[in-house]
Design a protein around this ligand. Structure first.
Ligand code: AMP
Length: 172
């Protein structure tokens, strides 16, 4: 776990003053550490019969696709508005200033499928809470777990997810 922690670079004041950005590009560029990261999630879910691993745009896709491949699952995409070409469901949520929206294709899942959601960072939790609601409100599927590479615990994003199962590899 130390190797994974050490491969995440902290960038101060990005994208705006006061934010410490967790840059995962050194982790992704290191073959051993990237593999170790995906293996941690894959080992966790090996016997969970996951049908689809859903990534949240954009850095979530890096993890969702590699993890789906490792598990022999499919992968799905939750995207920002206007990016998905087919019929979509959408969910708008509040930001500190204004609103944002997430979208998913209407045929993303089959009834009864077992879904794993993954993203790189759990910060305020707004994005993943909207993603979870988007899926729960529109599909008859089971969200097995909501996973993150890292959780910024001081932002208490986990509270946005209620009693749903949440797992983070690293916590800050
Ligand atoms: P949030 O909705 O606040 O939980 O975060 C939304 C998205 O912003 C997450 O998917 C993260 O990828 C990204 N994010 C938020 N805070 C950070 C941070 N400090 N460093 C890197 N990415 C972040």
């Amino acid at each position: 776990m130390q190797h994974i922690h050490d491969a995440i670079r902290n960038i101060s004041d990005f994208p705006k003053p006061g934010i410490q950005f967790k840059d995962i590009t050194p982790l992704l560029a290191d073959p051993a550490v990237f593999k170790q990261t995906i293996d941690c999630f894959a080992d966790r879910h090996r016997t969970n019969r996951i049908d689809v691993v859903v990534g949240i745009e954009a850095r979530g896709f890096v993890f969702s696709s590699a993890l789906a491949y490792a598990l022999g699952a499919g992968t799905g995409m939750v995207r920002k508005p206007g990016k998905l070409p087919y019929k979509t469901y959408r969910k708008t949520y509040e930001l500190e200033y204004g609103t944002d929206t997430v979208e998913i294709h209407q045929d993303a899942f089959l009834p009864g499928q077992r879904i794993l959601i993954i993203d790189d960072v759990l910060a305020t939790g707004g994005t993943v809470a909207a993603t979870t609601a988007l899926i729960e409100e529109n599909f008859d599927v089971e969200i097995v777990e909501i996973d993150f590479l890292m959780e910024l615990g001081f932002l208490q994003g986990r509270e946005m997810l209620g009693d749903r199962p949440v797992f983070s590899l690293l916590s800050y």
